[in-house]
Design a protein around this ligand. Sequence first.
Ligand SMILES: Nc1nc2c(c(=O)[nH]1)N[C@H]1C(S)=C(S)[C@@H](COP(=O)(O)O)O[C@H]1N2
Ligand SMILES: [Mo]
Length: 501
Amino acid sequence: MRTSLRAGLAGVAAAAAAIGVAELVAVVTGARSAPLIAVGGVVVDHVPGPIKDFGIRVFGVHDKTALLVGTSILLAGYAFGVGVLALRRWAIAVIGIVLFGLVGAAAAITREGAGFASVLPSLIGAVVAAFVLRHLLRESSPSRESSLSPDRRRFLRDLGIVAAVAAAGGVAGRMLTSRREVNAAREAVALPTAAGAPPTVPAGAQAPGAVPYVTPNRDFYRIDTALVTPRVDPNAWQLRIHGMVRNPITLTWADLLRRPMVERYVTLACVSNPVGGDLIGNALWLGTPIKDLLDEADPLPDADQAVQRSVDGWTCGAPTAVLRDGRDALLAVGMNGEPLPVDHGFPVRMVVPGLYGYVSACKWITEIELTRFADFDAYWVPRGWSAQAPIKTQSRIDTPRDGASRKAGAVTVAGVAWAQHRGIAKVEVQAGDGPWQEATLAPAVFSDTWRQWSLTWTASAGRHTLRVRATDLDGVTQTSVGAPPEPDGATGWHAVTVDVE
Ligand SMILES: Nc1nc2c(c(=O)[nH]1)N[C@H]1C(S)=C(S)[C@@H](COP(=O)(O)O)O[C@H]1N2
Ligand SMILES: [Mo]
């Protein structure tokens, strides 16, 4: 390998090590003090409008990634040059490295809210770069040119080690930093207050033995395709409503918080929930009605599908008519009195009563595109799930658990039943092949939530199967015919076996 090529690569490796270490230091000093982010930020703030618009048009939502990649390529070229120069005169290389550190530090200190510590990632990075470059250049001494010489192998090995450590440090640093920052951003959110009194849950909504009527955030089921939870800075968040609309709308976080807010209990359910499963939860959501925003955007008459898109590209499609029919479909910012937990979509998600989550409840939402079902398949549709999926009427026995034992006599049977947006009219329980007995329903709270029920069963000794079925306010009783979750939700009656002594 030619000596100058080696020296150039050593320069690039030194820069990579510097960036990796800087990212780790930035875990402590703040994401915006990391040199690439700081320099990128200065560039974004100072490029002329038309170039910025060009970048956004060409790269779309990836314009920030493109900027970082561009900055990295420039830096790599610069570092290559510094490496080559170092071969001639070490002092010139040192000047090059100091310059690199100063540019990063200067960019970092001019960022919003920066303190003195913000220069540390770049300066420490520069020191690391000098050490790594010095070490790698020693190994590539020009006196030994034979292509299989041991020091060539050692050089390549060390180059590899530096690159791997730099990459691992950079990725780990970035992840830790963004998690810390999103938690801080979430804690800084002051939720707006909802118009009107908060919905009150009547005493008795809770049946003894059933799961809590309101699911605490930490117990709320979580389903999504995100390998790494998206971390969205609310101050950089935007929602675009576009596509087949007469008035496209772009909404910032501040715009959203100024809109009228309501608080509603809504029970969310996953289409993958098997009969008797627990992929369902009920929470108090704070948000602004999506209907009003859609009315302002003014969809064209044949835009029958509103496609929601998350920052990570996941999509779901809900019927436009459902979002506008007056139900409490919310662009939600709060869950049980807190800002949305990061795992549940911080800063903004959709919640639509009556539709399964995979067609309606986009977390980390950033776009609503009005289109036609005939023209666009959302994420789960090509994977075999139905494009339209209202929640099916279902019921579950929470107590006794399957396989439990009880003493003969009075036994409490209790659970939940749901038919979101239609409401539950009746729940019946059958023991063995005895008669169906009507359970006592907890006071109706809201048709958009599950409803608890209970029954005192007079149990005789032996093994019994208990079954439950619900009837909704449309008068439809759950079918006994079992079906798997795919393609549009499981059916069948939940049953448990109980041993009575
Ligand atoms: N961005 C994004 N939003 C998403 C999903 C996803 O994979 N990505 N999954 C959906 C599904 S299938 C369900 S059931 C609900 C679950 O919401 P939760 O995790 O807050 O309970 O989120 C929906 N929103
Ligand atoms: Mo789901």
